[in-house]
Design a protein around this ligand. Structure first.
Ligand SMILES: Nc1nc2c(c(=O)[nH]1)N[C@H]1C(S)=C(S)[C@@H](COP(=O)(O)O)O[C@H]1N2
Ligand SMILES: [Mo]
Length: 415
């Protein structure tokens, strides 16, 4: 009961403190904001800010307003390339004030004990000095699916929509690192963003994570300034961010202004256990796990999403139901996609596209017919190129509720 009440409280959007973060998002103060009745959201100023978050789709589910966290319902993610307004937002702190972001003055500094030199680049220098690349890369929050954990895990109660695959444009991190010089003892890179800690402290970082050098050096690891050919959306890290497809999106630092090349595993905010870690060995649900037995999450597990039709669809018995969705598997490709209408007793194979490039999600489609009238669920199961398949129900319980890659399901009524 207590847990349920907490959950409802957490979902109750726009608490008092939220006015500040919404003002920041609007780029100006909401003058009489303190008088806004509980639960009422500012409608915004132009056609793009109809309701909800500025420049985000009105159907996005807002989980939290301070910090801002929003996810897409499955049907909004139907596009092969996720549009900016449908791309989830996961903030750990308060984004830099929009009016404080000056494109001419924004710089990226690379330093650290394993950097041969320290160099600072303006945005224009980055764009000009290094070859520009565009890749479609899947980003998924490590906590996507947390809502289903039992016993529950604290944190944002993401359902399925903290994932997206956009076309990101930028320069290769490895090209920039090479320009600065990487010492032989380098093991990790860490990022620093311009967002600030929820406490208001300017010393503390809201988050400062990173990846091992091997991931940093991959072709697809980008320092990006554009999403789908447009400047990054403000809430997704404008004007500069890292993008590491296939890894927990917490590695992909937003509002990026500094990268450190480390001779040890980066020790920035939320690198230490238990954040973004899972038990190194499986544990029974509800276990208490020692921090020393928690391991950093790297490549994300195989997963898929049915994006058409919307759950609750009704069709006629003699109709075939077309279904669509996407599948992804961290650093790996997806090799097979199946759906079931009999709770996993039998599976039907779907058509599966090749990824646009490594680390991009893959589209699937199929046609389903039903034997008789009634209620059905469609369950979707992807298998990665190593033969690892999604579990039907919640896999490996872990204290922080990460990596839920259980089959996605939608309900269908046949009449
Ligand atoms: N500077 C900064 N970078 C950040 C975060 C943040 O709060 N601040 N959140 C991280 C987490 S936990 C996730 S899941 C992704 C979310 O990226 P998005 O908001 O663009 O979807 O950004 C990551 N990078
Ligand atoms: Mo995340």
């Amino acid at each position: 009961m207590e847990q349920q009440a907490n959950k409802i409280r957490r979902r109750n959007f726009l608490k008092k403190g939220g006015i500040t973060s919404l003002s920041l998002a609007l780029g100006m103060p909401i003058v009489f904001g303190k008088n806004l009745p509980d639960g009422v959201t500012p409608i915004g100023l132009d056609s793009e800010t109809i309701q909800g978050l500025p420049n985000k789709h009105p159907e996005m589910t807002i989980l939290n307003d301070r910090p801002i966290n929003a996810e897409a319902p499955a049907h909004l993610l139907d596009e092969s390339i996720t549009s900016a307004e449908r791309f989830f937002v996961r903030n750990n702190g308060i984004p830099p004030e929009k009016s404080s972001i000056n494109l001419e003055k924004w710089t990226l500094t690379i330093e650290g004990e394993s950097a041969k030199t320290t160099k600072t680049f303006t945005l224009a220098e980055l764009k000009k000095q290094f070859k520009n690349y565009t890749y479609q890369l899947t980003l998924e929050c490590g906590g996507n699916g947390r809502k289903e954990f039992n016993p529950p895990a604290k944190g944002n109660q993401w359902s399925i929509g903290a994932v997206g695959c956009a076309a990101w444009t930028g320069v290769r991190l490895k090209d920039v690192l090479a320009e600065v010089g990487v010492k032989g003892d380098a093991v990790y890179i860490g990022y620093y963003g311009k967002d600030t800690h929820l406490s208001g402290s300017l010393e503390k970082q809201p988050i400062s994570r990173g990846v091992p050098i091997s991931k940093a050096m991959e072709d697809e690891s980008l320092i990006a300034w554009a999403m789908n050919g447009e400047p990054l959306p403000y809430l997704n890290g404008y004007p500069l961010r890292l993008v590491f497809g296939g890894w927990p999106a917490s590695c992909s630092g937003k509002w990026l202004h500094k990268i450190v090349i480390r001779n040890q595993v980066h020790d920035g905010a939320k690198m230490a256990a238990p954040s973004y870690r899972v038990p190194c060995k499986p544990v029974p649900p509800g276990s208490k796990v020692d921090n020393k037995d928690m391991c950093i999450i790297e490549s994300m597990p195989v997963k898929s999403l049915i994006t058409f039709p919307k759950t609750g669809a009704t069709i006629k018995l003699n109709q075939n139901l077309p279904i669509k969705g996407h599948a992804w598997a961290g650093d790996l490709a997806v090799s097979a996609m199946q759906v079931s209408i009999d709770f996993g007793a039998t599976w039907q194979t779907c058509a599966l596209s090749q990824p646009a490039n490594r680390l991009a999600w893959q589209d699937f489609s199929g046609q389903i017919s039903f034997p008789q009238k009634g209620y059905y669920e469609i369950w979707a199961k992807a298998t990665d190129e190593n033969g690892e398949a999604q579990p039907m129900v919640l896999p490996g319980w872990n204290p922080k509720g990460y990596l839920n890659n259980a089959c996605h399901r939608i309900a269908v009524k046949v009449v």
